[in-house]
Design a protein around this ligand. Sequence first.
Ligand SMILES: Nc1ncnc2c1ncn2[C@@H]1O[C@H](COP(=O)(O)OP(=O)(O)O)[C@@H](O)[C@H]1O
Ligand SMILES: [Mg+2]
Length: 360
Amino acid sequence: MSKLRIAVIFGGASTEYEVSLVSATSILQNIPEDRYDVIKIGITKSGAWYLYSGPIHLIAENKWQQNRYITPAFVSPDRVTPGILHLSRRENGFERCSLLNIDCVFPVLHGKNGEDGTIQGLLELSGIPYVGCGVAASANCMDKTITHTILDAAGIPGAKWRKAVPGDLQRFEELEPVWAQALGYPMFVKPANAGSSVGVSKVRTPDQLREALELAFTVDNKAILEEFIDGIEVETAVLGNEDPKAACVGEIVPTQEFYSYSAKYSDDSTDLYIPARIREEDAENIRRTAVKAYQALGCTGLARVDFFVKRDGSGIILNEPNTMPGFTSISMYPKLWEHSGIPYPELIHQLIQLAIQHKR
Ligand SMILES: Nc1ncnc2c1ncn2[C@@H]1O[C@H](COP(=O)(O)OP(=O)(O)O)[C@@H](O)[C@H]1O
Ligand SMILES: [Mg+2]
């Protein structure tokens, strides 16, 4: 059988551009070469698309944007001529446009424009199978207020929450006591649509709350306020379409105040434990609840679902689903599956197969 051709898309016009470079590098290093031919498509932080022909290591180093390695390339939205439209460079500018046929796309993009249903919409138009959740599930999992609304309706335990918009800052004196009454201090404030802890704050006073909202509104025009959950942070990895399975549960121990952007990617200040040091009944409950949430949100392919195990022993709280979780060699999603018996290359293979089956 001939090999399938996979387009791995990396980068993206997102605050999580750098994370994507590292995730994609890891996927490119682990994709089974006996089964797949791979082409690499890079999207710059400003949103320009290129076919990249250089070595893999330059991606993680963010040095892939070199003229000799890149030429403009775009996903064609045309169902009759689906594929990657590629402009080849001649002496004077770009001249020839050719079409590269693609069997599946792996959009290794985190956050805005990657994990929020937008690129999924483009790929739906093209008819090309793609790894991960579809348009609606991606968008629903991206917006924390919508995720909460759907999970509340499904009876899945979550933190108490309120929504805020920039106009609320004008009525802050009036709203703050209402929020404080509902959620108490400390409180978490986050942009509704972001990721990697960008714009997330833990606040203890009304003044800090105002500042945290101002910060969140620099990232998104909607924010979410949540009650503080005193818990152990744990995550499970869900894989599948109609009959999804959850892997074992892993634990994160941030040594900082919370699991911030720098704790996630820059410092060594986070310890991971696989399996999590929690009671088996809590782990079982987490796996069951993760699958229930995955189905309530309409996920397909994969999602990492994050929880807190409350320190007072009163059970679990779902924190958030991530439809394109980190895929670096030390990331939880591949690690959890590795621990549950699916090595990284086999995991990538299964994700591609799930994408192709879903399209059929
Ligand atoms: N309600 C909460 N109670 C306690 N800690 C929280 C709460 N919400 C978020 N955190 C902390 O902040 C981190 C980032 O928040 P999260 O909701 O996961 O946003 P992101 O989408 O940016 O990952 C979490 O990993 C956790 O450490
Ligand atoms: Mg998170």
